[in-house]
Design a binder for this molecule. Structure first.
Ligand code: NAP
Ligand code: G4F
Length: 355
């Protein structure tokens, strides 16, 4: 008999898979909530799929949330499910609000009515800081979101605080800065760049089209960040924490390191494509993780440089396997597929001259 049961929404995502691994290693009973899809999307869970229990549910559907919580009576609930890609939030702002904002209230309501003793983790985001009013950003920095996604996450954050204060629930928000891994979706800039560098090295692609090379992010490794989620639920009192490395890097630096890893000069391959420039940009994110360091005893183990190398190496290995085993169409990202439909002029970058 396992001592604790954890319910993870968004278990098929990047963080869900790392968190499930971590909890299994600590002998939890792990229940993953998945929504119905027309094809199976358990790629990130393949190595642990026999050790977790899967249940169907959807953040859009209140009764499914109630049923899942009632059936499994979890001790800990990690709400990682969301529409998590910022550009999509301008194309689908209402759906983003339904998943990423109201979805949080639905799961909090399910816990309040069915299992009020469960400890709840909400996946808040550094996107909430948006057009930053303080550098570095910490727990007390005011929010100024810059996308429908950021706005939805601010709602999710405050509804979590509100349920904690209104109903005395153990509900916390982790304000996590960008975290990446070889399991990151291919549309996010880190994986887009490392995958393209590997594809170009192998002759599968000629160029990489990106948006704003000057944007700065505080990038860490997802495996380190899920440990912080778990630590937040083990404290005596519920509280919110910034999780970050405390370092910031530009998208251009990301390109330099990734292409250098495969022996290429990024300037020869990277093209600025206005289609990837956002209607409102978050220019600079850098977190101050002091509170997490002192109260949770948490610190990241993987540096930005090692993270980029880890991702490039993994992409190269995977693509080489795909070629070796005769998959004549190695994996392409959505962006590479979409690039075919681009119209309008494209500008080759000159370092330092991009917008
Ligand atoms: P991800 O890879 O995009 O995973 C999102 C997960 O949510 C997937 O499992 C997805 O299921 C699920 N989902 C989406 N809509 C759903 C719905 N209506 N009902 C049930 N499940 C649904 O995201 P991630 O990078 O792991 O991030 C995890 C969470 O942390 C997200 O809430 C994200 O917004 C937040 N966050 C991420 C970062 C970061 O840098 N990674 C930073 C701060 C906060 P499918 O597989 O079916 O699509
Ligand atoms: O990798 P990104 O798409 O991540 P973004 O927008 O920072 O959001 C991620 O981190 C958040 C935490 O801060 C999460 F809450 C959220 O769910 C998600 O995981 O873009 C990073 C930066 C942006 O400034 C973007 O404008 O890279 C810039 N960028 C430049 N060219 C690009 C591209 N981003 C993408 N996705 N694709 C490009 O071609």
């Amino acid at each position: 008999m396992k001592e604790k049961t954890a319910l993870i929404t968004g278990v098929t995502g990047q963080d869900g898979s790392y968190l499930a691994e971590l909890l299994l290693s600590m002998d939890y009973r792990v229940v993953g909530m998945v929504r119905r899809t027309s094809t199976i999307n358990f790629d990130r869970l393949r190595h642990i799929q026999d050790n977790i229990e899967i249940v169907q549910g959807d953040l859009l559907d209140q009764s499914s949330m109630m049923d899942v919580v009632s059936q499994f009576q979890p001790d800990e609930v990690y709400n990682l499910a969301a529409q998590s890609f910022v550009p999509t939030s301008w194309q689908q702002p209402v759906l983003t609000g339904e998943f990423t904002a109201l979805g949080v209230t639905r799961i909090l309501e399910a816990i309040r009515h069915v299992r009020p003793s469960a400890r709840f983790y909400q996946a808040s985001s550094s996107e909430q800081f948006g057009k930053v009013v303080e550098v570095p950003q910490k727990e007390t920095t005011p929010f100024y979101p810059r996308s429908p996604y950021g706005v939805a996450k601010v709602y999710g954050h405050w509804i979590t605080v509100n349920y904690r204060e209104s109903y005395d629930m153990f509900a916390v928000s982790g304000i996590l800065f960008n975290h990446e891994s070889p399991r990151r979706g291919l549309e996010f800039v880190t994986h887009k760049v490392t995958h393209a560098a590997a594809r170009i090295k192998l002759g599968l692609q000629d160029e990489l089209r990106v948006g704003n090379l000057d944007a700065r992010r505080d990038w860490g490794f997802a495996g380190d960040y899920v440990r912080a989620m778990w630590l937040m639920l083990q404290q005596d009192n519920p509280d919110d924490y910034v999780i970050a490395t405390g370092e910031t890097h530009t998208v251009q630096e990301l390109c330099e390191i990734a292409f250098a890893r495969v022996g290429l000069d990024w300037k020869q391959y990277v093209v600025i494509d206005p289609r990837y420039v956002r209607p409102a940009e978050v220019d600079l994110l850098i977190g101050d993780p002091s509170k997490a360091r002192s109260k949770l005893n948490w610190a990241p183990a993987v540096s930005f440089y090692d993270l980029v190398h880890m991702m490039v190496d993994s992409d190269l290995r995977e693509l080489q396997d795909e070629i070796r085993y005769g998959w004549h169409q190695p994996k392409k990202s959505t962006d590479v597929m979409l690039d075919k439909t681009v119209t309008g002029s494209l500008v080759k970058t000159e370092p330092g001259t991009q917008k």
